[in-house]
Write a protein that binds this ligand. Structure first.
Ligand code: ATP
Ligand code: MG
Length: 139
């Protein structure tokens, strides 16, 4: 079934500031179920692959370096209309423009270190979930 899943990452700075527990609480309070989760650290090559869609963007190299700079938490979140619903919970890309009370408003520190990633389509949610998790790691 499509439309019920999204992939999030708690990005390095938010992880380093110990916001992981608070972010996961916001996620579950918003009605998402966590169906897979892991703590990991991306290599440069893995971050390049994950963000391949952005390879022509001017911020690509900085983003890849940032995302491989420290541990992250990756998780698959489930809810009806998950991609769109989760983007409401995280807020705008730039924390300065994110609605009050959203994850990026509360826990983002810059445009790059905007606390979390959220998938932008059902198709990418599945690609990103498979990037991090084998079938044995998904519940
Ligand atoms: P994400 O994909 O992480 O959920 P998003 O969909 O809101 O974020 P994208 O346009 O997909 O935003 O950009 C991916 C990530 O690249 C952003 O989350 C941010 O960390 C970084 N980024 C986006 N635009 C810029 C920019 N102009 N300068 C630096 N970093 C940027
Ligand atoms: Mg995006």
């Amino acid at each position: 079934m499509s439309g019920h899943k999204t992939l999030t990452m708690i990005k390095p700075v938010a992880f380093g500031k110990n916001y992981t527990g608070k972010i996961l609480a916001k996620i579950t309070e918003a009605g998402f179920t966590i169906s897979a989760m892991k703590m990991t650290k991306l290599t440069i090559v893995q971050a390049q692959a994950f963000y391949n869609v952005h390879k022509e963007r001017p911020f690509y190299n900085d983003l890849v370096e940032f995302m491989s700079s420290g541990p992250i938490v990756a998780a698959v979140l489930e809810k009806e209309n998950a991609v769109e619903e989760y983007r409401k919970v995280i807020g705008a890309t730039n924390p300065e423009n994110a609605d009050k009370g959203t994850i990026r408003d509360l826990y983002g520190t810059s445009l790059q270190a905007n606390a979390v990633h959220g998938s932008d389509s059902d198709e990418n949610a599945e690609i990103e979930a498979s990037f991090f998790f084998s079938q044995l790691e998904r519940f």
